[in-house]
Design a protein around this ligand. Structure first.
Ligand SMILES: *[C@@H]1O[C@H](CO)[C@@H](O)[C@H](O)[C@H]1NC(C)=O
Ligand SMILES: *[C@@H]1O[C@H](CO)[C@@H](O)[C@H](O)[C@H]1NC(C)=O
Ligand SMILES: *[C@@H]1O[C@H](CO)[C@@H](O)[C@H](O)[C@H]1NC(C)=O
Length: 318
């Protein structure tokens, strides 16, 4: 009896190790309280003009009602090729986070030629504070890619417990921004519904990221996926990542001291247009997109009607 109850107790405490309490529930107009609008030029050379909060709300580039928050690029204006880029939005959380879980419940993500949406975290002096890309895609193509970008001395093992796949050369497993043209150590998701029209056609989905000093992991479940954990679906007051199964991407600390490569991070949501990745001539052409990226963006506002995020909530747990 004694040893059986000891066993039960030790199982209970190991499960508790990965149970988190909700610290923020960001919904609808709450996004305006929790995020700042950032208007600095896009460092990745996008054909984009990030607007301030007043402009975003006045022109409906952000919209909040009930449990909905929409963030979009302008889909009405033909652009002067010598003028500013397409109006869009970049928001950064007022709070910062170290070890935590963040669950992003999205009903819609931006798709279409020229779009480069991202949900990510960074902080401190880049790249010394580290960067975690949770959701990132270009031109509405392919599946999601989750990526770390760091200062030197953070590499990933080729073999890890994840459902996504990573290229395996030493350079591709090196998260150092000075290696491999700042490609980072990315993991491409196996799930076809993790991006593009398939994400939207299945009613959206949940992205969840857990950061501990032992690993950074990202999970994805489509809203049509019956295997989503009950605590994620419920968006309730606690989550237990132990029960979430094998992540889509995981970045363990085996040869990366996460505690020293990652400082407190802001959550950032931005939608850029063209630029170094989406607008790269070969990437853009291989996405089946017409003309050149900048020319297409300047002349075809109607192609951006689906270039929007719609959030049901962001829940943060610590
Ligand atoms: C603003 O955007 C929302 C969400 O897309 C939409 O429902 C609403 O009709 C738009 N309002 C105007 C005035 O265009
Ligand atoms: C990985 O993280 C765990 C938990 O914080 C820690 O005990 C361990 O020393 C770390 N290992 C390395 C190689 O940094
Ligand atoms: C978001 O900002 C980051 C860093 O400033 C930049 O690398 C990236 O291109 C931007 N992405 C989007 C989607 O705007």
């Amino acid at each position: 009896m004694r040893s059986a109850s000891f066993l039960a107790l030790s199982f209970a405490s190991s499960a508790l190790g990965a149970t988190y309490q909700m610290s923020e529930n960001i919904v609808g107009a709450g996004f305006y309280n929790s995020f700042n609008f950032e208007t600095a030029p896009d460092p990745t050379h996008g054909r984009v003009n990030y607007v301030d909060q007043a402009t975003a709300t006045n022109t409906n580039l952000t919209f909040a009602a009930g449990n909905t928050f929409v963030l979009r690029a302008d889909h009405k204006t033909v652009l002067d090729p010598n003028g500013a880029g397409r109006n869009s939005v970049r928001i950064s959380s007022k709070n910062t986070y170290t070890t935590h879980v963040a669950v992003f419940d999205m009903a819609h993500i931006p798709v279409g030629c020229g779009t480069w949406p991202a949900v990510w975290e960074t902080g401190g002096s880049w790249p010394y504070g580290g960067e975690t890309d949770i959701f990132e895609a270009v031109n509405g193509q392919g599946t999601n890619q989750a990526t770390l970008h760091t200062s030197p001395g953070c590499t990933m093992p080729a073999s890890r417990s994840e459902t996504g796949s990573a290229p395996t050369t030493p350079a591709q497993l090196d998260c150092d921004t000075s290696v491999n043209g700042n490609a980072g150590c990315g993991v491409t998701f196996a799930q076809g519904t993790s991006n593009g029209p398939a994400f939207n056609d299945n009613g959206g989905g949940w992205y969840a990221m857990e950061r501990t000093n032992a690993a950074i992991s990202v999970w994805f479940w489509s809203h049509s996926d019956p295997s989503v954990p009950a605590d994620v679906r419920a968006g309730g007051s606690t989550v237990s990542t132990d029960a979430w199964g094998v992540p889509s991407a995981t970045f363990p600390n085996t040869s990366c001291d996460i505690a020293s490569h990652f400082v407190p991070h802001n959550i950032i949501i931005n939608l850029t247009i063209c630029g170094d990745w989406a607008g790269d001539a070969s990437v853009y052409a291989s996405s089946g997109c017409p003309s050149t990226c900048n020319d297409f963006v300047n002349n075809n506002p109607g192609a951006f009607t689906d270039a929007f995020f719609e959030f049901n909530s962001i829940n943060v747990y610590t």
